[in-house]
Each structure stands twice: as C-alpha cells, then as structure tokens.
Design a protein around this ligand. Structure first.
Ligand code: PLP
Length: 420
C-alpha cells in the first residue's frame, strides 16, 4: 500500500459520499427489490415441488427465463441460471474444452485482457494439457479481427473474448469476432458481464455460442447470473444433483434472485437511451477536468466527441482496423486515468477518506500490488499502470457527484504528488 498520511487535517470535511465504482457492483434497483420481495416472503415454495407453492415458484422462474431470453433475442431454453458471472464463465470454458477434447481439439484462444473468471479457468485448462493463446490487444484495448483470424488453428475449439472490458470499458467488435469463429467452425464465448443492461445485446446478430451475464452489474441482486448456451450445443453438466436447469446445474433455484435479475435487466434496457445521455455528460465533465491535470493520461478509447483516444501520436486507424474511434467503443460510464508520480492505492485510500469510492483496477484484484494485466497488455508501463484509477458512473450518480469528483480528485493528486 502507498504511504497515505492519516493526519487529522486530511480527514473528511463533509458528509458527502460519492460512489463512483459502478463497474464493481451496483445498488439493487427499487423495481428489482419489489419484484423480489414476494419470493422471499409469502411465495417461498421450492420450484421442484409439485404442489401449488412449488408450481407458483416454478412459473416465476420460467417467466423470468422467458423475459431474459426475449430481451436478448434468444430462446428460453438457451438460458441457464447460475450464481453469477464467474460461474457462467467457468462453465462455458469447461464445457467447450470438454467437447473440443472429444474431437481432438485442444486449443483455446482468450484475449489477454479477460477477467480472471476467464483467465484462471484458461490457465487451469493449460495445466490439463490444452494449448492456450492469449490474444494481444491494441493500445486502446481492442482485439482486432485480423489478430483473431491469424491465431485460429485447425485444432482450435473455443475463442473467448469479453463483450466489454471491466477496467477500460472497451467494447469489442464481438459480432465480427463471432462471425470469424463461425466461419472456422470454432465456438465463441463472450463474457458480457460488463455489457449486459448497458448495451443492446441481440443474439440473432451476435453469433455467440455462449454468453455470460451477472445481475449485480445492472442493479440486480448479487449472486445471480446466467449462461446463454446456443440451441444445438450439447450442454454439459456443471453440478450434479437434482434435475434443476434441465439437470445441468443442480441445486434449488435462487427464485428471488432470478426474478429480480429479469426485472433489473428489463428496466436497464428500457431506460438505456435516456440514462446513457445523462451519464455521458457527467463523464464528459469529469474527464475534461481530470485530463486537464498535468501528467494525466486517458486509457482506452476516446471519451470526448471527436476524441481519438489515449495514445496520442499513434496511428488510430492502425490501432482500430481502419475505423474512426468513437464513443460507442467504450462503456459510457467508464473513465480510466493514469497519473504520473502517483500510487493508485494511496490515491484510492485518500479519496476514500474524502468520501469518494473509486477503484484501482478490477475490484477482484484490489489489494494486489501487481500492475493491471489489462493496462500492461495495452502497452502501458508498469509504473503508469500502478498510478491508474477507474471511475465508473451510472444513472444513479448526480451532477453534484460529478462536481465533487472534479473538486476533490485534482486536489488529491496535487497533495499526494507534493508528499512524494
Ligand atoms: N467478468 C467480468 C468482466 C466482470 O467484471 C466480473 C465482475 O467484476 C465477472 C466476470 C465476475 O462476475 P461475478 O461477480 O458475478 O462473479
């Protein structure tokens, strides 16, 4: 940890608290809570039971499955409920690897910037004798379709590239990547944990075989998610036991969680356009102020109109397959900034004392002193990567929050630099 001074004058002078770590988790929405409450109180039946309470709970689970499938333009039978994104990612990799191995295909491709919920299962498969290729990304954190094409081998079973990155918010060209996989007869998995509820996912256009989602990233409950498995793929069991989830993922269903997740996903998608406009404006203001600090650097795609992203002086066209970099390439609430001469842990703790919650990289690796694998894969030096914070905003933030961030963060950076 960096050397944060805990002198009394640094203690919080105001009661204001700004939560700017929406990519780590979100609050439960009122809509989701209200949808969940009856399933935790009067409607407590076990969906496997044949009597009325059981049938009522079963109906709720199946209605939620249909709603989720409808929102993603998928079929209800393609949705398997899980305990969240990590479980869905592990299941997809294990199942595709097992299916590949049966036909002698023991090569797997994942991007170098995947979440550890994909990277660690990939490493585990490597220990079991699979060959794993870690796909490089551009300086903006984009997997180029031609890079994927070149990495596919005759024995490639699966490609896993996340829909949107959790640290720098880069939205990958997943439709193109999935199409390349389809042409080569390779299965395609996408970890859509950061994307679901925030971007429109249409599984009639996106030719994915597997897609992972987690409810707590879009104001749904924690401990609930799902894996989409394309119709036609022979789903392998994850958990043995009862007949739940067509016998593939045994265990009594999390009925309130599943109902709350469907309600939250629907609400997020209905409100999406309106909230995006608002969040983009908040981010624009915060980005403008923070990037005016000397020695600050934006990581990932551009955040301003006409902005070509972080890596000034590099060739944007080459970095991004000839297309202009636009705001659409980045999740609208994400801002990832490095500060010269700053230790992110120290900044994070200082900001916490001042009433601001941000992240120094992925929440799951918080506390680790290793520079972020995402930033280093983008070519950012380990020193600069260690001076990086992620601010993630959404529609529950306010103009007052943005103003507080713009006031406190520049002071904090100046203060820590003067102490260094
Ligand atoms: N994948 C990504 C991209 C994530 O950001 C996260 C959580 O931060 C996960 C997977 C894990 O999801 P969960 O917390 O539901 O296990």
């Amino acid at each position: 940890m960096g050397g944060v001074d805990t002198a009394p004058e640094m203690e919080r002078m105001t009661d204001m608290r700004v939560y700017a770590d929406q990519a780590a988790t979100t609050s439960l929405s009122k809509t989701a809570l209200e949808a969940m409450l009856p399933w935790m109180t009067e409607n407590f039946g076990n969906p496997s039971a044949l009597y009325e309470e059981g049938r009522t709970a079963r109906d709720a689970v199946e209605t939620a499955r249909e709603k989720i499938a409808h929102l993603l333009h998928a079929k209800a039978k393609e949705i398997y409920f899980t305990s969240g994104g990590t479980e869905a990612d592990n299941w997809a990799l294990q199942m595709a690897a097992a299916a590949g191995a049966r036909t002698g295909k023991k090569h797997i491709i994942v991007s170098a910037i995947e979440h550890h919920a994909v990277l660690n299962p990939a490493k585990s498969l490597e220990r079991q004798g699979f060959r794993v290729t870690y796909l490089p990304v551009t300086s903006e954190g984009v997997v180029l379709p031609e890079t994927l094409e070149a990495a596919i081998c005759p024995d490639t079973a699966l490609v896993s590239v996340m829909y949107a990155n959790n640290e720098v918010g880069t939205i990958q060209p997943v439709e193109e990547l999935a199409e390349i996989c389809r042409m080569h007869g390779v299965w395609f998995h996408t970890d859509a944990v950061q994307a679901a509820g925030h971007v429109e996912i249409d599984l009639t256009k996106l030719q994915a075989d597997f897609l992972s989602v987690s409810a707590h990233k879009f104001h749904g409950p924690k401990g609930c998610g799902f894996l989409y498995v394309k119709n036609g793929f022979r789903t392998e069991s994850l958990l043995e036991g009862g007949a739940q989830e067509k016998g593939k993922r045994a265990g009594t269903e999390n009925v309130p969680g599943i109902v709350g997740m469907a309600a939250a996903l629907e609400e997020s998608l209905i409100k999406r356009d309106k909230k995006d406009t608002f969040v983009l404006e908040l981010r624009r203001q915060v980005a403008e102020r923070l990037l005016s600090i000397e020695g600050s650097h934006l990581n990932g795609c551009g955040v301003m109109e006409g902005d070509e992203g972080a890596a000034a002086g590099t060739d944007a066209a080459a970095r991004h397959a000839g297309t202009a970099v636009s705001r659409a390439d980045r999740l609208c609430g994400n801002l990832n900034i490095s500060f010269d001469g700053i230790e992110a842990e120290a900044l994070l703790l200082y900001l916490d004392m001042k009433g601001i919650s941000v992240s120094a990289g992925a929440a799951c690796s918080a506390g680790a002193l290793e520079p972020s694998h995402v930033l280093t894969a983008m070519g950012i030096s380990p020193e600069l990567a260690k001076g990086t914070i992620r601010i993630s905003l959404d529609e529950t933030n306010t103009q007052a929050d943005a103003e507080f961030l713009m006031k406190v963060i520049p002071d904090a950076v100046a203060r820590l630099r003067s102490m260094a």
